[in-house]
Structures are given as C-alpha cells and as structure tokens.
Design a protein around this ligand. Structure first.
Ligand SMILES: Cc1cc2nc3c(=O)[nH]c(=O)nc-3n(C[C@H](O)[C@H](O)[C@H](O)COP(=O)(O)OP(=O)(O)OC[C@H]3O[C@@H](n4cnc5c(N)ncnc54)[C@H](O)[C@@H]3O)c2cc1C
Length: 338
C-alpha cells in the first residue's frame, strides 16, 4: 500500500496545479487518472486550440498549458498512475484507503477530487462498423491536426468543436461538415464563417444528414450518409470525426457518500472540503455559489485545498504562509540555487 500525504484523483489542469501547491508547502502526493496522459480536457479535447484567459499568458494551446503545468511540478517528482481509475474509498482510523481498478492501494489522510466531468467518454457513432476504424480513421478528438493535411475529412456535429475544427482543417484539407439539423449550437460567428467557407468551396455542408454506414476493409474508404427523407449519399473519405459532446459520468464517485448536486460535488469555499472530512473537490467537479467552470478557478480552488490538506497530513506542525519569491524552504523544494 502506498502511503501518501494526499491522493489526487484527476490530472487535468486543476489536479496538476494542486500538486504544485502541495509541493510548494512541503507535502507529497500521488496522482491517478483514467486517461493515458496528463492534462484532462485540455489535452484530450482541445490540445491545439488556443486558450486566451489564463492569467498572464495571453495565448497558449491546451497542450502548451499542460506541458507547462507538468514542467512546473517536475522538481517534486510526484508519481502519476495513468490509465487507471479510482474505484473505491474507505475510511479506517481517520485515514482513507483508496483502491483503483488495476488493484493499486493508497493510504492517505487527504483525497483531492479533481475529476472534472468524471471519467469522461466522447459520445460515439451508433454504427457498429465504426469500432474497427476507431483511433485510426474514426476519431472523437484531435491530437495532431497535421495528419489531416491534404486528406479528405468528414466532420459530424453541430456544436463549437465541429464548427471550429471544420474551419481550422479547411485550411489544408477537403472538408465535408454533416449535421442532423440545419441549426447549429455553436457560436454564430463560427456558423457565419462556415457558410462563408461553403460559398468559397472550401467546406461542403450537409444538413439533415446522419451517418448510415462506413465502408472499407483495412482502411476507411467511404461513408454513407442518410437524409431525413431517407435519400442516401456516398462520400469518399480518409477520416471521419465525430464531435457529439461528452458523456459525463461521475462513475464510481457517486458511491462515495458525497453531497452531490447535479453531477457536481458540493464544497465549502474556505477549504473546498466536501461533506466528508479529508475529502476535497476542486475544478469543474465542485460546486458552490458563483462557481465558474474555468481553469483559473480550478487553480485557486486547488491552492486552498492544498493548504487544508496540511492540517491532516502534518497534525503536529503549524502551516506558515510564505511567498515563493522570498522563502528559502520553498526554493529548496524547487531545487532553486541561489
Ligand atoms: C472545447 C473546450 C474549450 C475550453 N476552453 C476553455 C478556455 O478557453 N478557458 C478556460 O478557462 N477553460 C476552458 N475550458 C474548460 C476547461 O478545460 C475546464 O474547466 C478544465 O479542464 C477543468 O479542469 P479539471 O482539472 O477540473 O478537470 P478535467 O480537465 O476534466 O480533468 C479531470 C480528469 O480527471 C480524470 N478522472 C475523473 N474521474 C476519475 C476517476 N474516478 N479516477 C481517475 N481519474 C478520474 C479524468 O480522466 C480527467 O483527466 C474548455 C473546455 C472545452 C471542452
């Protein structure tokens, strides 16, 4: 069993920054995430998209933000356990025993739940045949937009992700955008841009169509789409991208006796503690009056939860507030040479 001051569930931006704050105040932690990489939504859903509201960083992509957060916690050598899900928690003698799906066990006085929207999964095409191409030519997120250069791409969906990627990829690829309605949920400016690109012949737009079939033996070759009136259309393509949003499931978290409020966990705003002592919730997963589901809010919440963890992890010590600019102890922890 791994003994740790804090177990962080979720390695999105909030979990990563919370780990930094724990390191700064001299606590150790272990991080578990069911994705195969660190970064949460930023890396899984929009690695290439620019973010414009991280304080003091005018513009950075989801991937750049993640890489910087990882760089920032490097001095602490915290261990992360990826592709594993926290399944079960149990209290014994005022400590939490945490078990993962893969059978790892942790003993800790503090659990920080930074689980975002839960163990999230993209909503997929309901066509059985798609599974054999999934991850190769049937994709639900984009990790490297360069693979689409000079290729034929069909994008499904009517929200911001579908519109934004159609606009972005139309710079270098032939794009068909398919939506089952003729109204789009995305920003009006993006809808206008797509229509402009359609007029310029850069995007072909098909509304009232849905995916009916995918064809190809080893590689995807074409797809069949069906109109409301049952008319079928065949489109040759190298890739199909589905942007139908996420299925947000809290998964095992719902069974932990926490105060849930519409798929989020209610917390106080002093320590971000839940109704269970020693369990905190931060980032998108927590709720309190005025909560903003933004990365910057997650950073603040993680910083306060980290300080709250100190009390249970070091019951015989007093937490001292210090600035990173002037604290010798913090600089030592960061390995800064003066
Ligand atoms: C397209 C898009 C654009 C966005 N743009 C912006 C923007 O411009 N500015 C901004 O501030 N915000 C933006 N956001 C929102 C921002 O990404 C989220 O607020 C942020 O990712 C929340 O961070 P988090 O760490 O709380 O959760 P997440 O990033 O969701 O990470 C949570 C992690 O917890 C893991 N997890 C959950 N349950 C378990 C479990 N039981 N065991 C193990 N792991 C678990 C998940 O796998 C996930 O990796 C955007 C979101 C999207 C989708």
């Amino acid at each position: 069993m791994v003994d740790t001051d804090v177990l962080i569930i979720g390695a999105g931006p909030t979990g990563l920054f919370c780990a930094h704050q724990l390191g700064i105040i001299g606590l150790n932690c272990e991080i578990v995430d069911n994705l195969d990489k660190l970064g949460g939504q930023c890396i899984e859903l929009y690695p290439d998209k620019p973010i414009y509201d991280i304080p003091a960083i005018p513009e950075c992509t989801g991937e750049e933000l993640t890489n910087n957060l990882i760089e920032q916690i490097k001095p602490f050598n915290f261990k992360s356990h990826l592709s594993d899900r926290v399944q079960e928690i149990k209290n014994e003698n005022n400590k939490w025993i945490v078990k993962t799906l893969k059978g790892k066990e942790f003993l800790t006085p503090n659990i920080v739940i930074a689980g975002g929207v839960g163990s999230f999964e993209p909503r997929k095409f309901p066509i059985k045949n798609c599974e054999k191409f999934e991850g190769k030519s049937v994709l639900y997120s984009i990790k490297d937009k360069n693979i689409f250069k000079d290729k034929k791409v069909v994008i499904f969906g009517g929200g911001d992700s579908a519109l934004d990627w159609a606009i972005e990829l139309s710079k270098n690829s032939k794009i068909n955008l398919i939506h089952r309605r003729d109204e789009f949920r995305g920003a009006q400016s993006s809808v206008d841009k797509v229509k402009e690109l359609e007029k310029e012949g850069k995007i072909s737009l098909f509304t009232h169509y849905q995916l009916k079939n995918v064809k190809g033996s080893n590689n995807l070759e074409s797809i069949e789409i069906e109109h409301d009136n049952k008319e079928l259309k065949n489109i040759k393509t190298d890739y199909i991208l589905g942007f139908f949003g996420l299925i947000m499931q809290l998964g095992p978290i719902v069974d932990w006796g926490l105060n849930l409020d519409k798929k989020t966990i209610a917390v106080d705003t002093e320590k971000f503690e839940t109704n269970q002592k020693g369990i905190y919730a931060v980032g998108d997963i927590c709720s309190y009056p005025g909560k903003l589901k933004l990365i910057l809010s997650g950073f603040h919440e993680g910083a306060l939860a980290a300080r709250a963890c100190f009390k249970l992890a070091r019951p015989n010590e007093k937490y001292r507030f210090e600035f990173t600019t002037s604290s010798k102890a913090i600089k030592n922890r960061l390995g800064v040479k003066e």
